[in-house]
Design a binder for this molecule. Structure first.
Ligand SMILES: C[S@@+](CC[C@H](N)C(=O)[O-])C[C@H]1O[C@@H](n2cnc3c(N)ncnc32)[C@H](O)[C@@H]1O
Length: 218
């Protein structure tokens, strides 16, 4: 059972100040040296799967949004529980005039049912509280916003022991103590099961200790 306070710990870290540092610390440093998954791989998947009717959930600074060549007819939507993240991400793609949803991915969004043809969730799942059984609700809520045949894709940091080295184990343990991560029970097998319960054609690539995943709405 997770509480509102657990959920809030997953986004409280992101303030206008930490967001200024984020684009250096996470994509440049942590992805290469700590998680051993150069940002290039996430960006490649982002560019591969976005469609003109796209929703990004857990937007951060809008790092990938800003670096994606969007089609001229794009209708972009952004969803996050943290207003500072929504503001920063919307600013990064202001020419697209994105639609903003201040919302918790643990809440069902009936007004957005079957609306999007692609949804991204990069580095969201490892910030959410609870184990993969709890996080499955977030995956299911995201899938419910996809049209049939639409794609859900993203990335998350896993804790399988064989994917870790000394540095990733130490940094992950620190972030879990600070409660900005909650992924000590997130494994490849559990992620696969959670995705397959909601999507078809699930594919997961593991690079370093990062899972890059994709699945299609049944
Ligand atoms: C690590 S950042 C990821 C940023 C971006 N997607 C990237 O990969 O650069 C996690 C994001 O998830 C958001 N978040 C955390 N918990 C959330 C929740 N329950 N519902 C919606 N967004 C949430 C945070 O506010 C933050 O923007």
């Amino acid at each position: 059972m997770i509480t509102k306070s657990d959920i809030d710990k997953g986004h409280a870290f992101y303030t206008p100040f930490t967001l200024k540092l984020y684009n250096f610390i996470v994509p440049v440093f942590n992805n290469h040296f700590v998680w051993r998954c150069p940002t290039y791989y996430q960006l490649r998947e982002y560019r591969r799967y976005v469609t003109p009717l796209h929703l990004d959930i857990g937007v951060g600074t809008g790092f990938f949004l800003k670096r994606t060549p969007w089609p001229a007819d794009t209708q972009l939507s952004l969803m996050d529980l943290n207003p500072a993240c929504l503001e920063a991400a919307a600013r990064s793609v202001n020419w697209l005039k994105p639609t903003i949803y201040l919302a918790d991915i643990f809440e069902v969004q009936p007004h957005l049912a079957n609306k999007f043809t692609s949804i991204s969730m990069n580095y969201l799942l490892h910030c959410l509280p609870g184990n993969m059984t709890v996080k499955k609700q977030a995956i299911s809520n995201a899938a419910s916003m996809l049209r049939s045949g639409g794609v859900l894709f993203g990335s998350t940091i896993l804790s399988d022991p064989e994917l870790q080295n000394f540095l990733s184990r130490r940094v992950m343990s620190y972030f879990n103590k600070k409660q900005c991560f909650s992924n000590l029970e997130d494994t490849h097998a559990m992620l696969k099961q959670a995705l397959e319960e909601n999507l078809s054609q699930v594919e997961i690539q593991i690079i370093g200790c990062v899972a890059l995943f994709k699945g299609i709405k049944k």
